[in-house]
Design a protein around this ligand. Structure first.
Ligand SMILES: NC(=O)C1=CN([C@@H]2O[C@H](COP(=O)(O)OP(=O)(O)OC[C@H]3O[C@@H](n4cnc5c(N)ncnc54)[C@H](OP(=O)(O)O)[C@@H]3O)[C@@H](O)[C@H]2O)C=CC1
Ligand SMILES: Nc1nc(=O)c2c([nH]1)NC[C@@H]1CN(c3ccc(C(=O)N[C@@H](CCC(=O)O)C(=O)O)cc3)C=[N+]21
Length: 297
């Protein structure tokens, strides 16, 4: 029996619809328009596509959207000045600095310069600490999107064995924290893990966040497991063009898994939808209004 395909694109559209409805209420009842600023350094084509999609979808849900495209050579001082201005701009409730930053910049320093209340990526050390101690925080968008899909599919995650492959600060670690928060038994695997296939085989939930095209084959997956593929990898096609694939070998995994997210159309669209949800949450918190419903962790 082939797995159920978890439709991240449709799920993301439903999240955006909820965000849009709550934005409309904010505008009508409180005269407030949530605002998101995205900062992009350099001209990496893939990053440009994401930034364009973010801007378009931000406007579609009725939010205020600002893009700052700066040259690759921008100095740390100038970038910190821009962040300071955005921190102090009352029309901006969310700030996202697109990663990775050029090598000459210290990304920890830059991220920690963002007002934690406006850190809609959830990467600031305060938000990381709040999440790790189970307190209210801004939750990183990609793991939040994965959690929403898992909760929707499973109902309760309590007691399930979850394996997160990858330990980055932006995906693997926060994903593990969220799963722990929902009472999964969590294993974090990485490049030094011994016998990864057997670690993955023990999982009811597999989160693949490695950045290696199609690395996890169906043969590693426990029959019936839920597979969330975070990987976004561009590989060459026979016709000279490229296509997107995940970190999971979809064709073999779909035959074994109980449910699986495709690439494209899985985690990616949910990431952007959660960015909009976080911006709405930040705007509500900044104005002492109740948290948006069904959009936080
Ligand atoms: N869909 C979305 O919205 C998003 C998708 N992504 C995608 O997710 C993927 C991961 O991103 P990110 O977390 O930033 O990546 P990083 O490169 O920061 O981290 C990759 C992790 O994978 C581990 N790893 C590498 N090789 C292996 C291996 N052979 N076996 C086991 N583990 C391994 C690394 O281990 P170690 O620490 O030991 O080096 C590391 O912890 C990428 O494809 C990226 O494009 C990222 C963000 C958002
Ligand atoms: N500060 C910061 N925050 C991020 O959240 C962040 C970042 N930097 N740097 C880059 C990664 C990557 N990322 C993606 C978002 C959406 C899609 C997405 O929408 N993907 C579509 C396909 C898009 C396409 O066709 O290229 C899909 O999977 O269906 C993918 C990847 C966010 N990231």
């Amino acid at each position: 029996m082939a797995a159920e395909i978890i439709d991240g694109k449709a799920f993301a559209a439903s999240v955006r619809e909820k965000v849009g409805a709550q934005v409309a209420t904010l505008v009508q009842d409180h005269g407030l328009t949530p605002g998101l600023a995205v900062v992009l350094l350099g001209d990496d084509p893939a990053s440009q596509v994401y930034v364009r999609n973010k801007g378009k979808q931000t406007r579609e849900v009725g939010m205020h959207s600002v893009e700052h495209r700066l040259p690759e050579s921008t100095s740390e001082e100038d970038l910190l000045k821009l962040i300071d201005a955005l921190n102090n701009d009352p029309a901006i409730h969310g700030i996202l600095v697109q990663l990775p930053l050029p090598e000459h910049l210290n990304s920890d320093l830059v991220i920690n310069a963002i007002d934690p209340a406006k850190d809609v990526d959830g990467f600031h050390i305060s938000n990381v600490g709040l999440l790790g101690t189970g307190q209210k925080s801004m939750v990183p968008c990609t793991p939040l999107g994965c959690l929403m899909m898992l909760r929707d599919y499973h109902g309760s995650l309590s007691g399930l064995n979850a394996v997160v492959v990858g330990r980055s600060n932006i995906v693997g670690k926060p994903m593990a924290q969220l799963l722990l928060g929902d009472s999964c038994t969590v294993t974090i695997a990485h490049s030094r893990t011994k016998d990864l296939p057997s670690v993955v085989r023990g999982a009811d939930i597999v989160i693949a966040a490695v950045g290696r095209p199609q690395m996890i084959p169906g043969a590693w997956i426990k029959p019936g497991a839920t597979v969330i593929d975070v990987g976004i990898n561009r590989i060459p096609k026979e016709d000279g063009k490229t296509r997107l694939v995940g970190d999971v070998e979809f064709d073999s995994a779909v035959e074994v898994a109980g449910a699986i997210t495709p690439v494209p159309g899985g985690v990616g669209p949910m990431t952007i939808a959660c960015l909009l949800a976080n911006t709405l949450t930040a705007c509500c918190r900044a104005n002492g209004l109740p948290e948006p419903e069904g959009l936080t962790a």
